[in-house]
Design a protein around this ligand. Sequence first.
Ligand code: CO8
Length: 374
Amino acid sequence: MNSSVVISGVGLWTPEHSISNEELVTSYNAWAEHFNLENAAAIKAEEIEAKPLSSAGFIEKASGIKSRYIYSKEGALDIHRMRPILEVRDDEQVSHQAEMAIAAAKKALIAANKTADEIDMVIVSCAYTQRSYPAIAIEVQAALGVEGFGFDMLVACSAATFGLQRAVDAVKAGTSKGVLVINPELTSPQVNYMDRDSHFIFGDVATAVVIESSDTCKSAHAFDVVSTKCVTSYSNNIRSNFGYTTRTTDEDPYSADKLFHQNGRKVFKEVCPMAADHIEKHLLSEGIQVSDLKRWWLHQANINMNLLISKRLLGRDATREEAPVVLDEYANTASAGSIIAFAKYHVDLAAGDIGVICSFGAGYSIGSLILRKR
Ligand code: CO8
């Protein structure tokens, strides 16, 4: 049998703290009422707008999100702070994001039945990195004892699928024998907990995937990577303007435009057809029909987006067995969402079953991998 590139293991690390919609809304509403009281005169004079109240009912109906995990809960719900507190670590200590990444990577290695000496490339691919250098990937590489090289990649919600494509190509080309693609999504520092429209969207998590050749694979639950497809198309509808030049502009580093912000309605309308079209074209390029798919491990931003995408392709709502939902518990975890779905829902598939991992989000960026169970 010809050798192929496989996903041989996946790891999921979940933070111990979570925030329910009710807790989040109670905090936001207390903050908004406090703000409105403090600024009553300016609001009355129409110099500033009153902060509208949030609602747990709206959040669940509009997004499907019921709860989210958070790496550090302290401070995030404090109406005099409205951002998490991360303890400062010195240069000799493991960084927060590397800690998350290492935990997920170790689980992926166990799932793949591999040791660190069988890996020679570490990609940390996510929406933000805690610092620019040294790369988080190199810190993780050192902590795991991997010989070879590592680098960081930033592709927002498609960081995992784009990172996986790099890994698949490296194994195919023979430049790597085993790759860890890790997505430590520490999103909470960039969430604007004072913005009613987006305070509920994101959660923290870390996922990791082992990519290798089928020749070296020792996993009982491996998937051949049939093919990968990535596209980007520039859009300003999802942005974060915080960057290393912020201090030179003398702007407020905490202003709303420095944090995650979006035109959610436009994103919904524009990205759903793009993602559906992307999946269909990718499947067709491999001679696979939509009806051949046993599982859709879709990006987890919004339940209504996923229903729309699968309905566009299937002509009906996908069942939860076909398109598993994890965003109710995890919320939008940027690039990790589709990988969480894969981690939780792949063991039951039979040899030959076909599934697709697909991400879509800021950039815009869309990435997909067609997988076949070995
Ligand atoms: N509570 C109560 N009411 C609310 C709330 C709230 N929390 N928020 C909004 N409303 C109100 C609005 O004011 C509006 O009122 P009105 O009709 O009177 O104007 C009404 O509810 C409807 O508001 P929206 O039009 O905003 O509501 P939608 O139905 O469109 O739902 C969503 C909003 C859920 C945001 C939806 O538009 C959506 O999910 N869109 C897609 C978003 C998406 O997928 N974005 C991808 C971003 S993720 C990504 O790319 C990665 C970035 C990197 C990670 C960042 C980490 C921090």
